[in-house]
Design a protein around this ligand. Structure first.
Ligand SMILES: [Fe+2]
Length: 363
């Protein structure tokens, strides 16, 4: 729409605009209404503030010409209530000369203009056109602000979606690393997935909230990602490790943290991974943390990791049954394992809530 078209359309809109004249003195009210109708406006009248509010509740007006002094609810009380009903309403106060200061106060309270009585008709028309023009500008401004807000909200949502997709992608790349590494070793295959499932069941048994349970599950899937940096001859060595080799294997926690460190959005998951070889007696690694200084996820992973190691086949031994593994791990409570975590894991295994061979357990 060109500027001329816009001005024409605005003029056409003002001429047909619906007005409310609020004035307790009947002669002024009637003369003003008749004059404005003659100017092409649709005009309704109200003899009091209360009657005006009733009009405003059931009808939308472009502007309200409102007397300041009225019995009952005066203009001062009416304006805020009228604007609460319709924020777009253009309000022009009609005031006696000695009330002009009150009308000025009303302008800061939301009225757009005031006319001093007795008024000349051209002054009324001019004030009305000015107020209606400003109302249009205000509406445009609000529409523009709303569009901007909607655009910003839409772009933010899009960006968040992209970031979430990117984060998921990076996590799945890390998981792929784990799977690729495990795939090379028949004894490691599926280890992280089983630890993740058991650890999540333990977290659930402990009554942790569902977000924490899922963080524990993710930490289980990623906990050994640092093994990718361990020499294959050491990783796949069938027999016992030398001190140097063991020190090298222990380094997988540090390497894993280096791989995962950029994924800051993982939050507590990073602590869970960092703590999965800590022991409650403080003899673990890499930090030698003890008791509750080890994150709950770290304590759970240590238990699930130990259980999976015992129940998995190794080159040099058969897998232990779940029952024997639990019996064996009970002696590690207070050393490697947290008591509450162990009790929860025992219940998970006994109740068959995780991927264990329940038949073996009861055989
Ligand atoms: Fe590990």
């Amino acid at each position: 729409m060109t500027a001329i078209e816009s001005a024409r359309s605005e003029k056409a809109q003002s001429a047909s605009a619906s007005l409310l004249v609020v004035e307790d003195e009947a002669p002024i009210r009637n003369v003003l209404a008749r004059f404005l109708r003659g100017q092409g406006y649709a005009v309704e009248t109200a003899e009091s503030g209360l009657a005006a509010l009733q009009w405003l509740q059931r009808h939308r007006f472009a502007a309200m010409l409102c007397d300041v002094r009225m019995p009952g609810m005066n203009g001062l009380d009416l304006v805020p209530r009228a604007l609460a009903l319709d924020g777009d309403l253009a309000v022009i106060m009609l005031t006696a000369l000695n009330d002009a200061h009150t009308a000025k106060d009303l302008i800061s309270g939301g009225a757009m203009d005031y006319i001093v009585k007795p008024f000349e008709f051209p002054v009324v028309v001019e004030a009305l056109q000015r107020a209606l023009h400003r109302r249009t500008l205000n509406a445009e401004q609000r529409r523009f602000e709303r569009l901007i807000r909607e655009e910003v909200a839409a772009r933010t949502a899009e960006l968040e979606q992209e970031q979430a997709a990117h984060r998921d992608l990076v996590v799945s790349v890390a998981e792929t690393l784990v799977k690729a590494m495990e795939a090379k070793d028949v004894y490691l295959r599926g280890h992280s997935q089983r630890v993740a499932t058991l650890a999540a069941s333990i977290a659930d048994m402990l009554g942790l909230d569902s977000d924490t349970v899922e963080r524990v599950r993710l930490a289980g899937r990623l906990h050994d990602v640092g093994m990718i940096g361990i020499r294959e001859v050491v990783l796949h060595k069938p027999g016992p490790l030398t001190a140097e080799e063991y020190a090298h294997v222990k380094d997988h926690v540090r390497i894993g943290m280096e791989i995962l460190a950029p994924l800051k959005h993982l939050g507590a998951v990073l602590d869970y991974v960092r703590h999965h070889h800590e022991r409650v007696d403080g003899a673990g690694y890499p930090a030698g943390l003890a008791g509750d200084d080890i994150s709950i996820g770290g304590r759970i992973l240590a238990a699930a990791d130990a259980f999976d190691a015992l129940t998995s086949r190794r080159a040099y031994r058969e897998p232990a049954t779940p029952r024997r593994s639990i019996a064996h791990l009970s002696s590690a409570v207070g050393g490697l394992l947290d008591r509450r975590v162990f009790v929860a894991m025992k219940r998970v295994i006994e109740e068959g809530r995780s991927l264990v061979f329940v038949d073996e357990l009861h055989s």
